[in-house]
Design a protein around this ligand. Structure first.
Ligand code: COA
Length: 325
């Protein structure tokens, strides 16, 4: 049977898609495609307003320009994907394709170089966050070996005002910074072998996205929280977003986690944010319950997908905040 001329045009056009490393001059279009894609999928009345003044594309590209890929058709950006490398753990997203070109294999094309990059990084665990209710999303990722684990809730609570001080990475003199990075690595090592946030901490500081909270304890560092603050970051206006937080695993971790949450509240109040947003995977159930008990409520619920059978640090006893979006 002959394809209609419209179908033929789309097939020909999609055949011309090329996938390549992202460039600086892709950013504006890639950002627009990302917002329209999510906004369309979520049924927003004005899809291009998805995320408001929060952002992923520019900030992630600035943090790691070699971990971003663009799909191009006839000289136009029609999709992109970005990868994040936290030592032994890597995840990807936002993966987006312009809605008029959905279901033509472009996301699959973008995943190929992304997964090759994971291989080159030699990570122990690769994973992602996706929409739990979408058969298309789980079907797409299963083809690439990713299987659903526990639900992840992206949650928000109002910030509690108060006179509290909080120690941050940016306040440290240069000479103390590498020691702090090593101390953070010791905390994350206790959560999952090889997990390392050094690059995220440095990029957040260097690019002015926010602050890394350093939670001191009697025997060294008890925890850390990499937080984005304000417009142009993953937080957006009036919000402090905990991109990653963790405390040392083992005896007393629950108490350390309460203090870390206090410190995130204090940072938010100090910077004038009224909302504290943080992700909690339900496989880390003690941490999830502690956050709910504090008044965090879910804005968005998705699912963590993992390659292979290892669910990484999404398991009981791991007091971690993140969502892998
Ligand atoms: C999700 C998204 C990136 C997919 O892009 P795409 O280019 O349409 O995806 P592809 O065409 O490469 O792959 C779609 C796959 O979905 C799967 N799929 C679709 N419907 C399915 C269903 N009902 N059941 C199971 N699998 C299904 C198929 O495996 C299909 O692959 P196939 O070509 O082998 O049939 C795109 O729809 C998008 O931008 N959505 C909005 C943003 C978003 O949700 N991003 C992902 C966040 S994790």
């Amino acid at each position: 049977m002959l394809a209609s001329s419209e179908e033929q045009a789309v097939a020909d056009a999609t055949g011309g898609v090329s996938v390549r490393p992202m460039r600086e001059d892709d950013l504006e279009a890639a950002d627009r495609v990302m917002r329209v894609a999510f906004g369309t999928f979520l049924g927003l009345p004005t899809p291009e307003e998805f995320m408001g003044d929060a952002a992923y594309i520019r900030s992630r590209f600035a943090a790691d320009p070699e971990a971003a890929f663009t799909a191009e058709l006839d000289g136009e950006v029609v999709g992109s994907n970005m990868a994040t490398h936290w030592g032994s753990v890597a995840f990807f997203g936002p993966l987006t394709v312009r809605p008029d070109l959905w279901d033509r294999g472009i996301a699959g094309r973008l995943l190929e170089p992304t997964l090759e990059l994971f291989e080159r990084w030699g990570v122990r665990h690769s994973c992602l966050f996706t929409f739990a209710h979408s058969p298309k999303h789980t079907g797409l990722y299963q083809k690439f070996g990713f299987w659903p684990g526990a639900l992840t809730a992206v949650m928000t609570k109002p910030v509690e005002a108060g006179e509290r001080t909080v120690a941050t990475y940016s306040e440290l003199p240069q000479g103390e910074r590498s020691g702090a990075i090593d101390a953070c690595a010791a905390v994350t090592e206790s959560v999952y072998g090889g997990l390392n946030l050094a690059h995220e901490i440095e990029a957040t500081d260097r690019l002015g996205f926010g602050e890394t909270v350093l939670l001191a304890g009697a025997d060294g560092l008890d925890g850390l929280a990499v937080c984005h603050l304000g417009p142009g970051t993953e937080a957006g206006s009036d919000t402090c977003f905990v991109k990653f937080g963790a405390v040392r695993s083992g005896d007393g971790a629950g108490e350390r986690f309460e203090r870390l949450l206090d410190a995130c509240d204090a940072l938010s109040a100090d910077r004038g944010a009224s909302r504290l947003t943080a992700g909690a995977n339900m496989g880390r159930r003690e941490a999830f319950k502690a956050m709910v008990a504090r008044g965090f409520r879910t804005d968005l619920q998705g699912v963590a997908l993992h390659s292979g059978d290892d669910t990484g640090y999404n398991r009981p006893g791991r007091y971690v905040i993140d969502d892998w979006r």
